[in-house]
Design a protein around this ligand. Structure first.
Ligand code: MN
Length: 491
């Protein structure tokens, strides 16, 4: 399902105490707010006003319906009036969808002349939202609280970003990952417990033989390749005359896409150590698949592949870009320090500053023919890098704030796509924090998805979250990791 096919249900809490007139007003205003929020252009999915809930049964019913409706990616609650929260316990205990408590108020200002006790009893979100918040705290629910005036753009945008996060949850719970070949021999950080990720995150991670891929490649027709070559011409510049090599990448792309679509997979991994029967390591092929929303991980890294596809799903329709990335090398000039990220071939062109070029160059690793790949520079802007690691018994999601720059040198002999950035709080402390937390060399780099969204996603998924920001110190991080380790062992 795409972003726009999902909806969120607006459930407004109240009770019978106030009489039918107040309840009518609440329902009317909830419908009006829903309509205006949908018209704001800041929500990526439709908000649907479902009910002004006054009883335990009404709440339990709407939760049951939400759990079973595939279109419903989450519920948004608000208490215009006071809604006694014991009424919510049975519903909340059964809730399986992401939940946002929208602590807002119908009126922006207190009307000096008009305010009396009737006004107070009708407009008491300040009171009602506290009772409502308590029960979610008491039940240890992984909810999001967004406070602010519902007509403010910033508030609407925050609600919109949370909706995107919730869509990332729905996407994750249905995600299938296709593995071509195993993890790269002897590598630790890309390993992981596939049963654990399926239990926690929903991912179905399974393997398909490279031989089956080669068979599928051999069945690709010349017409299919012609059509994809035309797409390449529309989207990229050809900086090579070696069209046969580019056509071979098209053949690989078509075959991988066919196999993934047949199995309903939205992410894949492969490894240069298992290319039996293939003439080139997929480069352009993997890059163009990523540009279409498929997740990718090199060297058998199915965790980063899955995260790439999830973060792409969360940022659908946004234009900053989200890519599989690898920390490659540092520029350690004093006062001018940068990380250079790239991969052997496979960086997603969604992060490109300019139109990517198709180039053909030798590749020493993998013992295959020279592969075609897209070469480009990443664009300038704030971004995050994200790594999911398996700590044994639990998963840890590490997120670092970064600022990407136009690469400070041309690097004319570097035959791959590259992104250059400054890590927070600075390169060396950032590296110390990242290494202390155990973050991988593979990451997902995103200009669109925010750290707040990843924190919310991790909370809903019930996994550990570590955030390295401009304010992080190694000492504070070590302290947090120590406490977190104890807490997660008890959980
Ligand atoms: Mn790699």
């Amino acid at each position: 399902m795409s972003m726009q096919q999902y909806e969120f249900w607006f459930v407004v809490g109240s009770q019978f105490l106030y009489g039918p007139e107040v309840l009518d007003t609440v329902a009317q205003r909830a419908a009006q707010m829903t309509q205006e929020l949908n018209a704001s252009g800041h929500l990526p999915c439709k908000l649907v006003y479902k009910v002004t809930a006054k009883t335990n049964q009404e709440i339990a019913d709407v939760v049951r319906e939400a759990n079973y409706d595939k279109r419903c990616a989450g519920i948004v609650t608000w208490c215009h009036t006071f809604s006694p929260s014991k009424m919510w316990i049975n519903g909340f205990a059964a809730l399986q969808k992401p939940y946002c408590h929208f602590a807002t108020q119908y009126n922006r200002e207190i009307p000096n002349e008009e305010i009396d006790m009737d006004f107070m009893n009708l407009n008491q979100a300040a009171h009602g939202d506290r009772e409502h918040g308590f029960i979610a705290s008491r039940l240890r629910m992984p909810r999001k609280v967004i406070a602010g005036y519902w007509q403010d753009e910033e508030v609407q945008e925050r609600l919109g970003r949370w909706m995107r996060t919730a869509v990332g949850v729905a996407f994750s719970r249905e995600l299938k990952v296709m593995r071509f070949g195993d993890n790269m021999r002897e590598v630790a950080v890309t390993e992981g417990d596939k049963v654990e990720v399926q239990t926690k995150l929903g991912w179905q991670v399974n393997t398909w033989p490279v031989g089956k891929l080669v068979e599928t490649m051999n069945a690709v027709t010349g017409e299919e390749i012609d059509a994809l070559m035309e797409t390449y011409r529309q989207e990229y510049d050809f900086a090579t005359d070696d069209l046969e090599t580019v056509r071979y990448q098209a053949r690989e792309e078509i075959a991988m896409k066919k196999m993934m679509d047949t199995e309903g997979c939205k992410a894949f991994s492969n490894t240069f150590q298992d290319l039996y029967g293939m003439r080139q390591l997929p480069g352009l092929a993997s890059q163009h698949l990523m540009a279409q929303g498929y997740g990718y991980g090199g060297e058998g890294d199915w965790k980063v592949s899955a995260m790439t596809s999830i973060m792409k799903a969360m940022s659908e329709g946004q234009t900053g870009g989200t890519a599989f990335m690898e920390d490659y090398t540092y520029h350690l000039e004093k006062g001018n320090e940068y990380s250079l990220g790239a991969h052997m071939l496979e960086v997603c062109p969604s992060v490109a500053a300019d139109r990517p070029r198709i180039e053909v160059h030798p590749l020493g690793i993998g013992d295959r023919e020279d592969p075609a790949r897209l070469v480009f520079e990443g664009h300038e802007g704030d971004a995050i890098v994200v790594s999911l690691i398996d700590m044994g018994g639990r998963l840890r999601l590490i997120c670092q704030d970064i600022h990407c720059v136009k690469p400070i040198m041309d690097m004319p002999n570097l035959p791959v796509a590259r992104v250059m950035w400054q890590a927070m709080p600075n390169l060396t402390t950032g590296v110390e924090c990242w290494i202390t937390a155990g973050g991988a060399h593979h990451t997902v780099l995103s200009y669109d998805v925010t750290a707040e969204q990843m924190r919310d996603w991790a909370r809903i998924m019930d996994i550990e979250f570590v955030h390295i920001t401009k304010d992080t110190t190694v000492e504070s991080l070590e302290h947090d990791l120590f406490l977190s380790d104890l807490a997660w062992k008890l959980k």
